[in-house]
Write a protein that binds this ligand. Structure first.
Ligand code: IPM
Ligand code: MG
Length: 359
């Protein structure tokens, strides 16, 4: 069967790690006798060069004609911040794509690979227990998109404001995603809120509780976001699915990623109803190491794996890739971000090739 995939490599390490994900996809294509039609399109600073826009119409149209988007990363070096090319690049590219395709459900799995436990900043006895968390983040609502937002007044009276707003249907649909995911995992949903202070979050808790009643087989627990931030560090093994609104999910998913040992390990999926989705690594464009062949391609490779699973229903191919990643790590190969004593340090290409060849 033929699948059209929009390839948006973007900036920084994006193109390098994308090349490794494409290597892995080629391997899956051969193994399962599929046809992936990968169409490259420009996004971020790379698009600005040619179009003076971060998300050109041409790119949107390639995405619209695809079954899924595989996204790299966008953003430029600190030294060039302030230039027009980079101003608002992440918001324009990422929020633009999320909104354009209604990608309201963001899945960010954070799992501590046993082989990497000692690379985690967690205390050894905490890391030893391991963890396997799925952050389910609402992605097209909340304070990121709420209106009104703006600035007014001047001098000392100048002020700025954003609006945190959630409609019942927005909370319900993301809560269903979280509970359905939990049914296939360890059957626990921790819903993150700030219901002791914010009206939006009182409502969030009410609606999630209603949805929870439809899933008697899943344990439901509400938790304040400040407590969740510390519980993640103190006892991450208590979590299965963490259900979050847009802003809290942004923050806690970075925290969950960091305690796995490296941002370079974390894939993500942004989904809508149906099978279309956008898949991207969690780590960003890392301009400091771009072009040096040092970046860890695992997050990009696992993002491609998530695409196979969620957009194409290819659970077996997902498992093939996940197993290959684990095997290569167990065999002692590491990119510099996850280096450990006694391991062999490899570059981006070698890591990608090893994973592809293990499949
Ligand atoms: C993320 C990023 C984005 C977000 C930024 C770059 C707009 O931090 O995907 O988590 O805040 O959603
Ligand atoms: Mg973030």
């Amino acid at each position: 069967m033929k699948r059209n995939i929009a390839i948006l490599s973007g900036d920084g390490i994006g193109p390098e790690v994308m090349a490794e994900a494409l290597k892995v996809l080629a391997r899956i294509e051969a193994k399962y006798q599929l046809e992936f039609d990968c169409r490259e399109a420009l996004v971020g600073g790379a698009a600005w060069q040619k179009h003076q826009e971060h998300l050109p119409a041409e790119t949107l149209s390639v995405c619209r004609n695809s079954d899924a988007i595989l996204f790299g990363s966008v953003g430029g070096p600190v030294s060039e911040q302030g230039s027009k090319k980079w101003a608002g690049v992440e918001v324009n590219s990422l929020l633009g794509l999320r909104k354009a395709f209604g990608l309201y459900a963001n899945l960010r799995p954070a799992r501590l690979y046993p082989a990497l436990a000692s690379a985690s900043p967690l205390r050894a006895d905490t890391a030893e227990k391991g963890f396997d968390i799925l952050v389910v983040r609402e992605l097209t609502g909340g304070i990121y998109f709420g209106k009104p937002k703006g600035r007014a007044g001047k001098d000392d009276e100048e002020y700025a404001y954003d609006t945190m707003v959630y409609a019942r249907h927005e909370i319900r649909r993301i809560a269903h995603i979280a509970f359905k995911a939990a049914q296939l995992r360890k059957k626990k949903v921790t819903s993150i809120d700030k219901a002791n202070v914010l009206t939006t979050m009182v409502f969030w808790r009410e609606v999630v509780e209603e949805v929870a009643r439809e899933y008697p087989g899943v344990t439901y627990e509400p938790m304040y976001v400040d407590n969740a931030a510390q519980q993640l560090i103190l006892r991450p093994s208590q979590f299965d699915v963490m259900l979050c609104g847009n802003m809290f999910g942004d923050i806690l998913s970075d925290e969950a990623a960091a305690i796995t040992g490296s941002l370079g390990m974390l894939p993500s999926a942004s989904l809508t109803d149906g099978t279309f989705g956008m898949y991207e690594p969690g780590g960003g464009s890392a301009p400091d190491i771009a072009g040096k062949g040092l970046a860890n391609p695992i997050a990009q490779i696992m993002s491609a794996a998530m695409m196979l699973k969620y957009s194409f229903g290819m659970t077996e191919a997902y498992d093939d890739i996940a197993r290959a990643v684990e095997k290569v790590l167990n065999d002692g190969y590491r990119t510099a971000d996850i280096k450990q004593p006694g391991c062999s340090i490899v570059g981006t290409k070698e890591m990608g090739t090893r994973i592809a060849e293990t499949i």
